[in-house]
Design a protein around this ligand. Sequence first.
Ligand code: GDP
Ligand code: IMO
Ligand code: MG
Length: 425
Amino acid sequence: MGATVIVGAQWGDEGKGKVVDIYSQGAQQVVRYAGGANAGHTLVVDGEKVVFHLIPSGALHRDVDCVLAQGTVIDPAVLVREIGELDKRGLFDPKRFTIADRAHLVLPQHRVVDELRDKQRGALGTTKRGIGPAYEDKVGRVGVRVGDLLSTKKLEDKLTANLERWAPMIAALGGTMPSVSETRDSYLKLAERLRPLISDAAARVSASLRAGHDVLMEGAQGALLDIDSGTYPFVTSSSTIAGGACTGAGIGPTDISNVIGISKVYATRVGNGPFPTELFGTEGDALREAGGEFGATTGRPRRCGWLDLPALRYAVRINGLTGLALTKIDVLTGMSSIKLCTGYELNGERYDTIPYDDLDHVKPIYEEVPGWNEPIGHCRTMADLPKNARAYIERIEREADCPAWLVSVGADREQTIVLRHPFGR
Ligand code: GDP
Ligand code: IMO
Ligand code: MG
């Protein structure tokens, strides 16, 4: 009963797609509540890989209702492409897909500006999917919304006005303006495909909750990329944390029963910004290779490092986590010892959480714990794991003061130890 929110507890790419796919088995509804096609959520089922950027990661279960909620920003071309891919697999049924009329559209000018800005000094290293400029238009109260796709006249007027508004910025950055007529024609064509799916998504989610259905809220990105709580300004432009599920899906805090935070048992980050436990040179390369750490959206190599407990404790606190899903423990097999960052040192003082502005300058305090050599991809219970792997998980639970609900030992759906299920299965 009630909604379970699933969030990234690090800098994104923790394995949200995999965990949402597993927990949505037998659920009635999965809701993506924030972000846009900057996300890349990977599912591996029977050895076959599927990456969703916008479609909720419960979509491979044909009885699950999929909602793209009002907190997301939607690039209709990406969405139509993903719908086409589901259709090819015989999994697209318009009755089980809803796109919020109140969600905002990502427009060509957003992508152009995002790309041009990211070439400048001090760039964030964004995914260049137009996310920042789309949310700027939203909070600037000049955005074009999904519901505007329902009226040709309204769409034409708003697209033209929006493009005119961005024109001076594009000129100043030395870019080329997208053509008004091409944008209009392509968005009108995409609108034809999406119109039957557009409605009041928050009302649909609410009806599901009132009916006592099992509802999952799928976060995108991660706690440290959150616009308010993250490593600002090196963040994304949305509320990625559990609180964002309320505003993003249009539900109340009392509708939420559980919040599960996903963390790798090491750390990664894509793009720029502070990353205290980052490993460089051959150590970083080895972790990247072992974990296949290349972005699911941009293909960029992910920066890799040791698990950062102050960051994880912070994620537990700001999300109100009730459980952890710990992923990619198989990647650490073969390491004689593993380092854990238990705190930071800055100007002679110890920190156990994320400081306001000095994350770039903190020195991680490490403790070494023993590793294991046995491959663990076949393990399906905690008892199957080598003693040291079990001890590592228990140590993380203690340090984070949050119990593990799931341990992932490989990319495939089957390679999972489910300790607790939010819906009691
Ligand atoms: P998301 O954005 O949080 O959904 O994560 P991504 O899909 O961007 O990145 C996670 C990557 O790790 C994907 O390639 C997954 O297939 C893979 N993955 C997830 N869990 C595991 C695991 O336990 N072990 C291994 N080796 N890979 C995993
Ligand atoms: P999932 O949902 C990892 C990062 C970008 C950049 C910053 C801002 O797959 O975990 P943006 O394009 O959002 O303006 O970029 O945020 N970023 C992600 N990193 N996983 C993601 O999504 C990300 N979405 C954005 O690399 O540093
Ligand atoms: Mg990802």
